[in-house]
Design a protein around this ligand. Structure first.
Ligand code: MC0
Ligand code: CO
Length: 134
């Protein structure tokens, strides 16, 4: 069911410092900051030949990444995003397997303008999983 790895997201305490390090130390193709108010984050995408890195920084007081950054003040890998062809079919299948879909259960529009959903990290070996319909 899952296809390509769309992105690996890293929550960071200093967005500009992280972007600068990927640009200068790693020589990566780093995008511009993008506010995502519906998701409570500001993101910067880094384009790699085979996937993307999504740098995440909290936006607003009730950002879903606040707790993660409190526990991991230096930052850390926050989620992986897998592509799916049909997000509603994927969601319904996952619910049947016992996985918990986060939030309302209805897809939101993600940073690429496509529907996304998140699955509880405790149901996936301690890893928060995002699904994006492509
Ligand atoms: C823009 C968009 C896009 O790409 O298009 C995005 O990515 S938006 C990216 C930001 N949006 C999201 O993450 C939306 C989905 N996320 C959420 O709903 C939340 O962040 C939760 C995953 C439910 C966690 O919320 P919160 O930290 O408040 O809950 P909590 O402290 O009760 O955490 C419950 C347990 O899960 C663990 N936990 C929390 N976040 C985790 C993570 N990212 N990876 C692995 N484990 C994690 C905690 O340590 C805790 O474990 P212990 O109990 O063992 O201590
Ligand atoms: Co993401």
């Amino acid at each position: 069911m899952i296809g390509r790895l769309n992105h690996v997201a890293i929550a960071v305490p200093d967005l500009q410092a992280a972007a600068d390090q990927y640009r200068t130390a790693l020589g990566a193709n780093v995008g511009e900051p993008q506010d995502e108010p519906d998701h409570g984050v500001t993101v910067i995408f880094i384009e790699l030949p085979n996937t993307k890195i999504e740098l995440l920084y909290p936006l607003g007081d009730d950002s879903p990444i606040n707790g993660f950054l409190e526990k991991n003040p230096a930052g850390g890998i926050h989620h992986m995003c897998f592509e799916v062809d049909d997000i509603l079919a994927a969601r319904d299948h996952l619910i049947e397997t016992g996985a918990r879909v986060l939030g309302s259960g209805e897809p939101k529009i993600g940073a690429h303008g496509k529907p996304v959903l998140f699955l509880h990290p405790k149901d996936f070996q301690g890893t928060l999983v995002e699904l994006e319909q492509v």
